[in-house]
Each structure stands twice: as structure tokens, then as C-alpha cells.
Design a protein around this ligand. Structure first.
Ligand SMILES: NC(=O)c1ccc[n+]([C@@H]2O[C@H](COP(=O)([O-])OP(=O)(O)OC[C@H]3O[C@@H](n4cnc5c(N)ncnc54)[C@H](OP(=O)(O)O)[C@@H]3O)[C@@H](O)[C@H]2O)c1
Length: 261
């Protein structure tokens, strides 16, 4: 008991460590950079984007040696959940923050939804966050740590033809509250719900979102512009570093999109 208290005190004092899923590129990469700049060691998780993840880690390590590592795994494969957390912990023998950022996103119009779609969208957006949180909880408890779930304003209000994605994000919002209830007082659990930050990438059907759709979204955003990944990253930093009395909340960072949907 005495030893474990001493161990925990040492951990509170050392360099904090954050694992960010799906952080090789885009919003996740900016979260990793921002936390790194704030003094955290970062674990960049990727699935397919290994090269981008390695390049990001190399850039961060050139600023501060031994401060960024890469781990890889497909969140569709259930057996990776525990092993990813073990790998993350073993990087620096501690874990302070888990950010569930990885996400699949594509339309699933009713009439075309397959079980593969269901599994793919639910796995990355809801199932993996839960099982990663469960595996990470004992380590986060030692450091009085944090979990951040990346939700979506469309977890509250549906986006047409995205039933499975929206349901998964709605589930993730509930998981945020539920985990906060169960993991307190040692671990705080919060969510960030972005609005239009970066338009969908890739070669999926939403990859090239038509200009008129983008304009419609911005028209229905009070601030009349899209946000930037740094807006998300700064909110996360606030939640994990400065917001000691906030848990179980999902904060919309959406320029007023959710009040206009
Ligand atoms: N961009 C926005 O404006 C916006 C709006 C609302 C909500 N959000 C939420 O904010 C977060 C970040 O957004 P984003 O646009 O930057 O995300 P993104 O680029 O669409 O996806 C982030 C990463 O998720 C990883 N990923 C997807 N499926 C995976 C799987 N099965 N296993 C492991 N990794 C998987 C991919 O990693 P690899 O490339 O390594 O395969 C991908 O690079 C997401 O949770 C998203 O839902 C974003």
C-alpha cells in the first residue's frame, strides 16, 4: 500500500503520457502536436497511416528526444484493444490520458446497410473506445488520469444517410457519461463534439463533399466558417489539464452548428 502510494506520487510528478488513437493525420495529429507542445509524451496510434505516424513521431522526437512513439492496430480486431493499451503503458511505464479519436465515417443510406458497415462504424466509433477505456482504467487510476472521447454534433442530431455513424457517436456520448460515473473519482471522462472542422478526406463517397453541401453546412453555423483542428486540441488540453472539476460532459466545438441543425 505504502509502495503503491509512493509509486502513484512519483507518477503524478513525472512527464505525463497521452495515447491518441488515429493520430497520424488530420485532427488527431494536431491533438498529438498540441499535447506534446504542452509537455506530454505522446503515443501516436495508427492503422494504415504508418508512414505519416512515423514522420510525425520523428518530428516530435527531434524537438524533444524520446517523447513520441508509434503503435499500430486495426480497431476492428477485438484482440488489439488490450494489447494497444499494454504497449502504450510500456512506452514510459505510465498512462495519463487516453483520447479516443480514431473513427470511420461514411454514408449508410437505409436499404444499403450491411453488417460489415455496422461493425466497421460501431467498432471504431463506440466499441473500441469502451474497451480501450476499460483496459486503460487501471493505469489511468494510478495517475488520476483522463479519457477524452471524440464525439460529433451529429451524435445528437442525425445527419441524413449516416444512421450507423450517428448512432455510434450517440452511443459514445452515453459512454462518456457512463464511464465518468463509474470511473470517478480517480479518472475524469469527457467528450468533445466537433462541428465542421475538416471536410471528410479519402476516396469514400463523402471524400469529395460537394461545394453546395459545404456551403449549406457553413450557412447553418453561427460563426459562418469552419473550425480548425487546433480549436479541438485546445479544448482537449483545457479538459485534461485545467478542468479539474469537469467530468461526464460533452463540449460542442462547432461555431454554433448544433444550435442551427
Ligand atoms: N473532421 C471533422 O470536421 C469532424 C467533425 C465531427 C467529428 N469529428 C470527429 O473527430 C475525430 C477526428 O476527426 P478526423 O476527421 O481527423 O478523423 P479521420 O481523419 O476521419 O479519422 C482519423 C483516423 O481514424 C483511424 N481509423 C479509422 N478506422 C479505424 C480502425 N478501424 N482502426 C484504427 N484506426 C482507424 C484512421 O487511421 P489510419 O489513417 O492510420 O488508418 C484515420 O486516420 C473523429 O472521431 C471524428 O469522428 C471530426
Amino acid at each position: 500500500m505504502g509502495n503503491s502510494n509512493a509509486n502513484s506520487a512519483t507518477k503524478k510528478a513525472g512527464i505525463k503520457t497521452a495515447m491518441i488513437t488515429g493520430s497520424a493525420k488530420r485532427v488527431g495529429a494536431v491533438i498529438a502536436q498540441t499535447l506534446h507542445q504542452a509537455g506530454y509524451n505522446v503515443i501516436i496510434h495508427c492503422r494504415l497511416s504508418r508512414q505519416a505516424a512515423d514522420e510525425l513521431a520523428a518530428a516530435l522526437n527531434s524537438e524533444r528526444p524520446d517523447s513520441a512513439k508509434v503503435i499500430q492496430g486495426d480497431l476492428n480486431i477485438e484482440t488489439v484493444y488490450n494489447s494497444l493499451i499494454e504497449q502504450a503503458f510500456q512506452c514510459w511505464n505510465r498512462l495519463d490520458v487516453l483520447i479516443n479519436n480514431a473513427s470511420s465515417f461514411y454514408p449508410t443510406p437505409i436499404g444499403s446497410i450491411t453488417l460489415d458497415d455496422w461493425n466497421n462504424l460501431i467498432n471504431s466509433n463506440m466499441k473500441a473506445p469502451l474497451f480501450l477505456a476499460q483496459a486503460a482504467a487501471p493505469y489511468l487510476k494510478q495517475t488520476q488520469g483522463n479519457i477524452i472521447n471524440m464525439v460529433d454534433v451529429h451524435g445528437q442530431r442525425p445527419m441524413k444517410e449516416h444512421t450507423v455513424y450517428c448512432a455510434a457517436k450517440a452511443g459514445l456520448a452515453m459512454l462518456t457519461m457512463s464511464l465518468a460515473k463509474e470511473l470517478g473519482p480517480d479518472i475524469r471522462v469527457n467528450g468533445v463534439a466537433p462541428g465542421a472542422i475538416l471536410w471528410p478526406a479519402g476516396d469514400g463517397p463523402d471524400g469529395d463533399m460537394p461545394e453546395h453541401t459545404k456551403n449549406l453546412i457553413l450557412e447553418r453555423t453561427s460563426l459562418k466558417r469552419s473550425g480548425k483542428p487546433i480549436d479541438i486540441a485546445k479544448t482537449i488540453l483545457f479538459l485534461i489539464r485545467d478542468a479539474d472539476y469537469i467530468t461526464g460532459q460533452v463540449i460542442a466545438v462547432d461555431g454554433g452548428r448544433s444550435i442551427n441543425i
